[in-house]
Design a protein around this ligand. Structure first.
Ligand SMILES: [Zn+2]
Length: 195
């Protein structure tokens, strides 16, 4: 069990005690919102300033609960991203799966909560939901054209990563288009995505 010994809070001097509570959140993973800590989970907490003192053991004990919370968050999150792609681009789930390079059945399992999406799939869906031109490119099966990613930033400092770059470290490279990029003819090759 837990061999917690009360101690003084270094922040305010109050006696830190094991405490439960409602509405507590804990950072779980980059890019994921903080997740709920079970109400009855004991954490050394300062009653004066509210500071919590997590031991490695407590963090480890909490991990399975956060994993469950993560799975509860994931299905609806992926569903929302798919819905955005459906509303904006008319894609069905099978087409979304093909664009992401996963099988339609895997995406179905993720949406129904019987499979966990990889970080790669989550980030890809988020990127596609945020970036319509990329979705349209996949819909017509066009090769990626990096010249259309301009204007982009080129770092000119020789020691580029030595310190935080400043605006003056960059020069802006203007987009050079012969003409405006043509809007892809969207629906024509959609059938091949679902094949
Ligand atoms: Zn305190």
């Amino acid at each position: 069990m837990n061999n917690f010994e009360p101690f003084r809070c270094p922040e305010c001097g109050e006696q830190v005690r094991q405490a439960n509570g409602k509405g507590r959140l804990r950072e779980y993973r980059r890019g994921v919102p903080p997740l709920a800590i079970p109400d009855d989970f004991l954490v050394p907490t300062c009653p004066g300033c509210g500071e919590t003192y997590w031991s490695p053991e407590d963090s480890e004990r909490l991990t399975p609960f956060l994993e469950d919370e993560f799975k509860k968050w994931l299905g609806p999150h992926v569903a929302e991203l798919c819905q955005m792609l459906t509303i904006r681009h008319g894609l069905n789930k099978s087409q979304i799966a093909r664009i992401c390079g996963v099988t339609p059945s895997h995406l179905s399992h993720v949406l129904s909560g019987t499979a966990v999406a990889s970080d790669t799939l989550i980030r890809l869906l988020e990127a596609l939901a945020a970036c319509s031109p990329e979705v349209q490119r996949h819909m017509v099966g066009a090769v990626f054209d990096h010249t259309r990613c301009t204007p982009f930033l080129v770092h000119t400092a020789p020691d580029a990563y030595a310190e935080e770059p400043t605006t003056s470290d960059y020069i802006r490279v203007e987009a050079v288009y012969e003409s405006e990029p043509a809007t892809p003819e969207v629906p024509t090759t959609l059938g091949s995505l679902a094949a």
